[in-house]
Design a protein around this ligand. Structure first.
Ligand code: BJW
Length: 227
């Protein structure tokens, strides 16, 4: 069985990372366009660096949860028949044991040099404009995908979606494209679809839904799969 799993901020919520759009989320009371677009970065780089530097610091203090760990167990069983696509920029899937994680919207712990186009693993601040380790220019930005930018590796994700038997969306509100369309590609290919989420959302009309916290629902679903 070929499976594509798409995860969103909800899978990391119980680890202590806020989601974007829930109450008390990252964007409560904020316009995402002031921190999550290339235009916002050009207009106020200090603000944008501060937003990501703070999140990078928090990430160092949290741990993967039972949902991340369950998906790692599924990978051990399915191998290359599982594609784990995450919209999350955190590294909790990797720290939970997953070996192959496709980060559609980039990674918080990576810095991208806008001068020489090289990428570097990064766990410190970017706000103090450190030089790029490759070219020396102070031109590093968070290696994340903002609105209006192209998500990473769409070709391989599309190929997997058009070839899968089961598509599972976990902890995502299903409002950001192109990820929001994945369920439709999977259905078009004849795949079964499943959603694991705390609350109903636009994906719910197109999938079998299991409502509840990821730390309960994901391990339970994975155990069913392994049986
Ligand atoms: C729990 C839980 C628990 C809580 N257990 N569950 C077509 C139509 C309309 C618009 C567009 C379109 N195509 C493109 C656009 C424009 C735009 C877009 O989608 N805009 C919409 C807002 C309308 N998209 C883009 O610009 C994208 N680029 C693009 O499309 O390029 C062209 C292209 C075309 C065709 C093919 C390919 C490319 C880029 C989008 C980049 C998004 N970037 C961000 C920021 C990343 C950096 C950062 O982290 O700061 O990505 S925005 C933000 O939203 C972040 C997330 O990855 C993303 C999704 O959020 P997510 O994960 O769903 O979080 P929430 O908070 O929304 O939801 C949390 C969910 O968890 C909820 O459902 C809760 O119920 C649940 N939950 N606790 C289980 N314990």
């Amino acid at each position: 069985m070929k499976v594509v799993v798409l995860t969103g901020a909800g899978i990391s919520a119980e680890s202590g990372l806020p989601t974007f759009r829930d109450a008390a989320g990252l964007w409560e009371g904020h316009d995402p366009m002031t921190v999550a677009t290339p235009e916002a970065f050009a207009a106020d780089p200090d603000l944008v660096h501060r937003f990501y530097d703070e999140r990078r610091e928090v990430l160092a203090r949290v741990q993967p949860n039972a949902a991340h760990q369950a998906l790692a167990r599924l990978e051990q069983h399915l191998g290359e028949d599982l594609l784990l696509v995450t919209q999350n920029v955190d590294d909790l899937h990797e720290r939970g044991g997953s070996q192959r994680v496709h980060h559609l919207h980039g990674r918080l712990r990576s810095a991208w040099c806008t001068s020489c186009d090289r990428r570097h693993d990064w766990s410190n601040s970017l706000g103090d404009r450190p030089p790029c380790p490759a070219c020396g220019q102070p031109a590093l930005r968070p290696d994340v995908v903002w609105f209006g930018e192209m998500p990473y590796g769409m070709d391989s994700v599309h190929a997997a979606l058009f070839d899968c038997d089961l598509f599972v969306a976990i902890g995502t509100s299903g409002v950001v494209y192109p990820a929001a369309a994945f369920v439709h590609y999977a259905i078009g290919n004849g795949a079964d679809t499943l959603e694991l989420n705390l609350a109903p959302d636009p994906v719910s009309d197109f999938a079998q839904v299991r409502q509840g916290p990821a730390t309960e629902n994901v391990p339970a679903w994975v155990e069913e799969m392994l049986r």
